[in-house]
Write a protein that binds this ligand. Structure first.
Ligand SMILES: NS(=O)(=O)c1ccc(B(O)O)cc1
Ligand SMILES: [Zn+2]
Length: 257
């Protein structure tokens, strides 16, 4: 099935997922000088309840932390969206080295990694129903840059040893994803898609201007995860990012001057 190698990677996804060549695909290169400041954009209102954190999983494409989404206790409101979107999961994309790994780029600059916090519109009954609707999802993207060790990543990284290979998951409780948000929540926003198959054009993207940090050693820990299942030839989980896609006339708005 799909992956990130030459024979099953982003250049091949269109064969099984023709929307890969659609009009609102993600990620994109964000060019700050071409973004339109919109004074009507509200500040993001993110409220997360650590008790909704359920487990951490290696799904063969990324490492994902999943949340209970049967109540509104972990949710996103305001920002560019209307209504209330519930947090479903967060995951990351990263490179084989510190010079690449993010999906969105900023004036061509690649960050070593990118965090995605995935929320679904509660006007729909479930994540699955929302995932294919044009206003179904809102994903908050946060860049990671190399700096000092980030203590808020340690709890996550410690769990990696138990979910090294594809299909492994373990319980993961009381994690507060707001500890992974930057201090400043200035953002760019545009209409886009899932960045992996099925590539649904259902995402309001909200990309934070300010990165968070991770040390080079912490980034190396991400690279100890495997795409491969237990017992198969070990295949390092690295470069699990889709490159920027054509803007096709879309406008990127900025919440800041
Ligand atoms: N990488 S992403 O945040 O666009 C994303 C989120 C969810 C799913 B999915 O649930 O299939 C795929 C990609
Ligand atoms: Zn993602």
């Amino acid at each position: 099935s799909w992956g990130y190698k030459p024979n099953n990677g982003p250049q091949k996804w269109v064969e099984n997922f023709p929307i890969a060549d659609g009009v609102r695909q993600s990620p994109i290169d964000i060019v700050p000088g071409q973004a339109s400041y919109d004074a009507g954009l509200k500040p993001l209102d993110l409220k997360y309840d650590p008790s909704t954190c359920l487990d951490i999983l290696n799904n063969g494409h990324s490492v994902q932390v999943t949340f209970a989404d049967d109540t509104d206790s972990s949710r996103l409101t305001d920002g560019p969206i209307s209504g209330l979107y519930r947090l479903k999961q967060f995951h990351f994309h990263w490179g084989a080295s510190d010079d690449k790994g993010s999906e969105h780029t900023v004036a061509g600059t690649k960050y070593p990694a990118e965090l995605h916090l995935v929320h679904w519109n509660t006007k729909y009954a479930s994540f699955s129903e929302a995932a294919s609707k044009p206003d179904g999802l809102a994903v908050v993207g946060v860049f990671l840059k190399i700096g000092g060790e980030n203590p808020n990543l340690q709890k996550l990284l410690k769990a990696f040893d138990t979910i090294k290979s594809k299909g492994k998951q373990t319980s993961f409780a009381n994690f507060d994803p707001s500890t992974l948000l930057p201090g400043c929540l200035d953002y760019w926003t545009y209409d886009g898609s899932l960045t992996t198959p099925p590539l649904y054009e259902s995402v309001t993207w909200i990309v934070c201007k300010e990165p968070i940090t991770a040390s080079s050693a912490q980034m190396a820990k991400f690279r100890t995860l495997l795409f491969s299942a237990d017992g198969a030839a070990p295949d390092c989980m690295v470069n699990n990012y889709r490159p920027p896609q054509p803007l096709k006339g879309r406008t990127v708005r900025a919440s800041f001057k």
